[in-house]
Design a protein around this ligand. Structure first.
Ligand code: ATP
Length: 338
């Protein structure tokens, strides 16, 4: 790494590998995050996101390759108070109040932010005098955010930060995050919420089976996954030959309706018209859900993914706001790529 790279790089993974027994949780990851960037780490359960975050914090030394924070080993950056983390499995400390906990954590850092400021940013000023072990799951999650902020770190690392939050609390959380990022801080967060990744990150890094399978803006990911969806009723015909039509990358069947993922919707539509297969024909741009499903390993046949816009099966209910993409929902919604 050159001096200039060191000056502009917050996080650097080079061919990083970490295995647990026979499972290669992180399998050759190369990733650079520039200072001031907000990056989302997206992937199904078990994709390797938490292990990546653990490596970044120095909790899991790499079996091969390297990980650096601000140009040195992670432990050093963590010890210097340059990193604030919010992990999934942190337990509430018994018997202390929120203010005491955040104050204690802040006192361990060389240049902390005022406790009142950390509480305010996390939206929990009113909880300062409450005992941490008597809070709701969503409130504890916000306390953990305040703890991560307490040292006024240059890099915030958040593992599924909004997992236990209701819709309103998620909005408050992201507003705080935006404010923090705007001050030039670097943020890396993992999430199952595609909309959150799209709305709040400068870049989305998609992991699958320990590897990075895509890295770019939401728009770039949509394009990489195949631009458009063409949907049409089968009207009793089979899908024979449809996968071979011009532009078509894959197809999915839901009842009597077929969805073609295509790089060239015009050519696909013309070919369908030549076959006389144009009943209830619709063309729609691929959604981020579609991109995610195309970029990660797809599962079984079934309903079209949520967020497929006008090209979804007309009988499908609309997607709930910011629904998380969990294996159970993807297994139901992922269609077979042929
Ligand atoms: N401490 C561990 N011991 C054994 N296997 C582990 C350990 N930590 C993770 N793994 C395995 O490594 C793989 C990646 O797990 P990881 O927790 O990094 O995924 P993830 O993307 O964060 O998943 P989730 O979204 O469910 O939190 C999984 O197969 C997991 O079972």
């Amino acid at each position: 790494m050159t001096q200039r790279d060191e000056d502009t790089t917050a996080v650097s993974f080079t061919g990083a590998v970490r295995a647990f027994g026979s499972v290669r949780a992180v399998d050759g990851v190369d990733l650079r995050i520039g200072r001031g960037e907000t990056v989302a780490l997206l992937g199904r359960n078990g994709a390797g996101k938490s292990t990546t975050i653990g490596m970044l914090l120095g909790l899991y030394p790499p079996d091969a390759g390297g990980v650096e924070l601000f140009g040195s080993e992670p432990e050093r950056a963590v010890r210097a108070g340059r990193v604030g983390a919010m992990l999934q499995d942190a337990r509430p400390v018994p018997r202390v109040t929120v203010g005491e906990l955040v104050g204690f954590v802040a006192s361990r850092y060389p240049a902390p932010m005022p406790v009142s400021r950390a509480l305010e940013l996390a939206g929990i000023s009113a909880l300062a005098g409450r005992r941490v072990d008597r809070l709701s799951g969503g409130q504890v999650q916000r306390v953990r955010f305040a703890v991560a902020l307490a040292g006024d770190p240059s890099l915030l690392v958040l593992d599924e930060p909004t997992a236990a939050l209701d819709v309103e609390a998620r909005h408050v959380f992201w507003e705080s995050m935006r404010g923090y990022a705007r001050r030039g801080h670097t943020v890396l967060f993992s999430t199952h919420y595609l909309e959150e990744a799209d709305s709040f990150a400068d870049r989305i890094v998609v992991m699958d089976r320990g590897r990075i399978v895509a890295d770019g803006t939401g728009e770039e990911l949509r394009r990489a996954a195949g631009g458009s969806l063409v949907c049409v009723d089968l009207a009793g015909r089979t899908t024979d030959g449809l996968a071979l039509l011009p532009g078509v990358r894959s197809l999915e069947v839901a009842g009597d309706r077929v969805r073609l993922r295509t790089d060239d919707s015009d050519a696909t539509v013309i070919a369908l018209a030549e076959l006389g297969a144009i009943r209830r024909l619709e063309v729609a741009p691929a959604s981020l859900d579609d991109a995610f499903l195309a970029l990660t390993s797809s599962a079984t046949s079934g309903r079209p993914p949520r967020g497929a816009g006008n090209c979804a099966n007309n009988h499908d209910a609309p997607a709930p706001e910011s629904a998380p993409l969990t294996p159970s929902s993807t297994a139901k919604s992922t269609a077979k790529a042929l």
